[in-house]
Design a protein around this ligand. Structure first.
Ligand code: IPE
Ligand code: IPE
Ligand code: MG
Length: 243
């Protein structure tokens, strides 16, 4: 497929992806659900590599939500296994590409091996200066905001913060994504048009693109088509001027 020409000077700084449709892909191809999830991780490699190559600042991927624990145990186990495989097989290349890994979500709620692998990946890449690769695991946007509220309440109780001094920045500083730009472009594959609790705060002014492709079929061409669509949007942030 010929690559679309992107305006490299107007790339989204931060792209969020809700990688949806693995289950339907498996069903369509008469395969087991775990095979669908594995195919999903294959699709991911090319997108991460390309985001790094074209100079995207941050890429946030929804891998496992706080609500996904309610899936059948076999499927949860398969997803946890894939998470481990992914970090084991990708970490060296991500390091070589100067990628910084950040986990969004509650690592303490994960099985010990996954918790360890994710923490190691963060530590090992902490000094890198290229793409911020944020993986949302055991992540919920509401839980993230409740966590920020708890931290603010604690700072007030400790006498370190005046209630009147609490502003948007105070909240922002306590998110998993503190210091990163807001999400400019949010992609959700498979035709579903909802956030499913993903980055509620960070998506306040995101442009949404909903390709119908199921995630395992999502190609670099599809990724660039989403970026091209973003580049055609006019962003006003409530004003009369385009930004
Ligand atoms: C997304 O694919 C991956 C995860 C939620 C981990 P789904 O498994 O939700 O795919 P569908 O929505 O059933 O097709
Ligand atoms: C969102 O997809 C979570 C991930 C992609 C990891 P879901 O498939 O879990 O969301 P719903 O259930 O369709 O809202
Ligand atoms: Mg789904």
């Amino acid at each position: 497929m010929p690559e679309l020409s992107l305006e490299l000077s107007r790339l989204p700084r931060h792209i969020g992806i809700i990688m949806d449709g693995n289950g339907r892909w498996a069903k369509k191809n008469k395969l087991k659900i775990a095979v669908g999830h594995r195919a999903g991780t294959e699709a991911l490699r090319a997108i991460i590599r390309n985001a790094s190559d074209i100079g995207i600042q941050a890429l946030s991927l929804y891998a496992f939500s706080t609500e996904n624990w309610s899936r059948p145990q076999g499927e949860v186990d398969a997803l946890m296994g894939l998470l481990l495989d992914f970090f084991q097989s990708e970490i060296d290349e991500l390091c070589r590409k100067n990628v910084r890994i950040l986990i969004l979500g509650e690592k303490n709620g994960l099985p010990p091996a996954q918790r360890q692998a994710l923490t190691d990946a963060e530590t090992r890449t902490a000094g890198n200066t290229g793409l911020w690769l944020n993986i949302a695991v055991n992540y919920g946007g509401r839980a993230e905001l409740a966590r920020a509220a708890r931290s603010i309440a604690q700072a007030v109780a400790d006498g370190q913060l005046e209630p009147n001094a609490v502003n948007e920045q105070t909240v922002e500083d306590r998110l998993y994504t503190a210091g990163l730009p807001p999400v400019d472009l949010l992609i959700r594959t498979s035709g579903e048009m909802r956030l499913s609790n993903f980055m509620l705060w960070q998506c306040a002014y995101a442009e949404f693109v909903f390709p119908t492709t199921l995630w395992p079929d999502f190609t670099l061409g599809d990724f660039h088509a989403c970026i091209a669509e973003y580049q055609n949007r006019s962003r006003r942030y409530g004003s009369r001027e385009e930004h």
